[in-house]
Design a protein around this ligand. Structure first.
Ligand code: SAH
Length: 240
């Protein structure tokens, strides 16, 4: 069995008991890493938030195996990286090692690693996906929000939204969560500028020491949103 463990969004304590047990039982834990180029653009080092979470949970770092995921914009390169990882994962499995592949947040929620899960599944290799806390749920909890209540509807958008879409969905009464906020900065700024009366809950680096929570539209409009940020927008409650 190859287990895909959801790590939660950053706070190591937000993993499930089941996920932690899978990590503890693993012989090898494959963790996604991103490349950091040096000033000369030559030497490359790797950074892995996933590996940091795994180590913070007291797992032996020797069991961690980093794999490089190219920028998400380069889909073909990412696919090749996952194809290569599939080979390594299967090799480890043939040696009868307990294999875990980790994902940040939930492994089935905007998670590119799911491509590997689908590939193994299609090849009839036994895989299991262990649920985890997605970033927007952790963000809501960090700010004490009741994200949706009663008959409200939630819409999750992945950063491809236009300003028009955002505004009309919120006006219709939906609570909108925008993931990958860095990909739709202009649309969000237009929404902020034309509808300062909406309620905005902006979160950055939830569950880490760099966590940031901003609700003021004037402050938000001047900001630039990094990759690890998301925004929840809702209409103000109507007065009875
Ligand atoms: N599988 C993840 C989502 C990965 S997509 C999950 O379940 O949450 C990557 C996007 O998730 C980022 O662009 C950002 O919008 C959001 N995200 C992930 N971790 C985050 C964090 N710690 N703080 C804020 N946003 C985060």
């Amino acid at each position: 069995m190859i287990r895909f463990v959801s790590l939660g969004p950053g706070d190591p304590e937000l993993i499930t008991v089941k996920g932690l047990r899978a990590l503890q039982e693993a012989d090898v834990i494959f963790c996604p890493a991103t490349a950091l180029k040096s000033a000369g653009e030559k030497e490359v080092s790797f950074s892995s938030r996933a590996a940091e979470i795994v180590q913070a949970l007291g797992i032996d770092p020797k069991r961690i195996s980093l794999f490089h995921v190219p920028m998400s914009r380069d889909r073909e390169a990412a696919r090749r990286a996952y194809d290569q990882l599939a080979v390594e994962v299967r090799r480890a499995r043939r040696k009868r090692l307990e294999v875990v592949v980790v994902a940040e947040g939930d492994a089935g929620f905007y998670s590119s690693i799911h491509y590997l899960f689908d590939k193994l599944w299609a090849d009839q290799i036994e895989v299991e996906q262990i649920a985890g806390v997605p970033a927007f749920i952790a963000a809501g909890a960090a700010a004490g929000l009741h994200i949706v209540k009663q008959t409200e509807r939630l819409l999750v958008i992945p950063g491809t939204a236009t300003a028009y879409e955002l505004i009309s969905e919120v006006k219709e009464g939906k609570v909108v969560v925008i993931m990958k906020l860095s990909a739709c900065q202009a649309a969000v700024r237009t929404c902020l500028a034309t509808h300062p009366e909406f309620h905005y809950y902006y979160f950055e680096q939830v569950g880490t020491r760099e966590e940031r929570f901003v609700t003021d539209p004037t402050q938000l409009i001047a900001m630039s949103f990094p990759y690890f940020s998301l925004l929840i927008i809702r209409k103000p409650e109507e007065q009875p």
